[in-house]
Design a binder for this molecule. Structure first.
Ligand code: PHE
Length: 451
């Protein structure tokens, strides 16, 4: 079995895979979410906890998840069925694949609404909507999110974009889309960082906020958020990297590629923070102002710099693309499963899943305005879905993946798939069998107040 190919095709090269997987990892999580949750949780100490989680939990699990995908060569649900049969384990493990599919659907439903904000901002930039006045910029953001019609319109546009890439398949859809988007995004971020550096003393205030830790700011909920974010930003725990791994040619090193991907993802998040916090302080804004943070800061920068309208357009276009290279990986597990098990064409599978997710997304769009009073466990639909997926489902999914790779799969298969030097293998094996699951478990115990 180890030599079979996926029925959906394969990446054309190692580089194509790195781009696609980096595309899945780098997204709204890095540029939109990382800055605002860092702002809400007091800065430096939160960043350190998040970086620790990426290293000790995220990377070992990324290696495990990719390895399982390449060995199983199918959608995560069927991969888990195949792998548990191969290792003579309980076949209920395929429910882990289902949980991932559900998490992907729920994440995409709100991800698409936020990506819609970014599309709206492309148009704001084109029509000169940015200003050096923080109050005007804030009013413009409030105007957008209080309009159900606009939010649904942009959410619809983003869902159509996502599904039209997915329906074209692995090579002509996913791979072609990421090839030019990723390098350009990186270049733009560097330009923004350069601009932030010109804001003088605020530059240092921004850096201090981001990098000097004050651990009194951290409670168990902040630790949970940091850990959840490590999963979210790396795209782990729901089968996205597993399904991408199933299209990975043999002979490509999973360990090395995982290190590149995690490294690039972390770098982009830190750069986004370095670009945004100086602007927050320079304009007297509140770092903890929530999901609107980048939409209320960056337009000020673009509104005050020479040629800012152009950079503004480019930046938000690229933010949309970064979101797009992630959103396709969020539905790919579901679409691949529908093709495998229902015999649907990719087009039919994409249209059906797209419509369903779009409907859910409409309720998320309403949760910012007409349904803002409707709450589940005291949270709006958006806040609830974000908490449920990023803080609970992804860490639980990641925990189970670590247990599966570390304890359930027969080690000869794991070794065969990873083909890494013995000493590195020992380190990874220890991290994935003990450190990663125990850390996730401890954080959960801490949150419910047991330790
Ligand atoms: N990693 C993506 C981001 O940071 C989101 C994502 C989560 C993608 C889960 C795939 C799986 O925006």
């Amino acid at each position: 079995m180890a030599n079979t190919k996926s029925i959906h095709g394969e990446w054309s090269s190692r580089f194509a895979y790195i781009l696609a997987a980096t595309g899945s990892a780098v997204g709204l999580g890095n540029i939109w979410k990382f800055p605002y949750i860092t702002g809400e949780n007091g800065g430096g100490a939160f960043v350190i906890v998040y970086l620790g989680c990426v290293l000790a939990i995220g990377i070992p699990i990324m290696i495990a998840e990719t390895m399982m995908g390449r060995r199983g060569r199918q959608s995560p649900i069927n991969t888990l069925t195949t792998l548990s049969a191969e290792s003579k384990a309980n076949k209920n493990w395929h429910f882990l694949g289902w949980m991932g599919v559900i998490a992907g659907v729920l994440i995409l439903s709100y991800y698409s609404v936020i990506a819609g904000w970014a599309i709206a901002y492309v148009f704001k930039a084109v029509f000169g909507g940015f200003s050096s006045d923080a109050a005007i910029v804030k009013a413009s953001f409030d105007g957008l999110i209080s309009s159900p019609g606009q939010l649904v319109l942009w959410h619809t546009a983003f869902m159509i974009a996502t599904m039209s890439v997915v329906m074209r398949g692995v090579r002509s859809g996913l791979e072609r889309a990421v090839q030019f988007l990723m390098p350009t995004l990186f270049a733009l971020l560097l330009i923004l960082v350069a601009y932030a550096m010109t804001t003088g003393s605020f530059y240092f205030q921004g850096l201090t906020f981001l990098f000097s830790p004050d651990f009194s700011e951290i409670d168990s909920d902040a630790v949970l958020t940091a850990m959840g974010h490590a999963f979210f930003t790396l795209g782990l725990g729901m089968g996205a990297i597993m399904v991408y791994g199933s299209y990975l040619p043999h002979g490509v090193s999973i360990v090395k590629t995982s290190l590149y991907i995690a490294g690039a993802d972390t770098l982009v998040a830190l750069l986004a923070g370095i670009a945004i916090f100086p602007l927050v302080f320079a304009n007297g804004l509140e770092p903890g102002s929530g999901p609107g943070l980048i939409f209320q800061t960056l337009p000020i920068a673009f509104g005050s710099m020479a040629g800012g309208w152009l950079f503004g357009i480019l930046f938000f276009v690229l933010l949309v693309f970064a979101a797009l290279t992630s959103s396709i990986s969020l539905v790919e597990p579901l679409v691949a499963w529908m093709v495998e098990n229902k015999g649907y064409t990719r087009v039919k599978a994409s249209v059906m899943s797209g419509i369903f997710i779009w409907l859910l997304g409409v309720s998320v769009a309403f949760s910012f305005n007409i349904w803002s009073d409707f709450t589940i466990f005291g949270k709006t639909i958006f806040d609830f879905l974000d908490y449920l997926t990023a803080n609970l489902m992804l860490p639980i999914g990641g925990f189970c993946i670590a247990v599966f790779a570390g304890w359930i799969m027969m080690q000869k298969y794991v070794k065969n798939e990873l083909s890494m030097p013995e000493d590195q293998y020992t380190i990874w094996k220890f991290l994935v069998s003990y450190v990663a699951p125990a850390s996730v478990f401890l954080v959960f115990l801490h949150v419910v107040g047991v330790v």
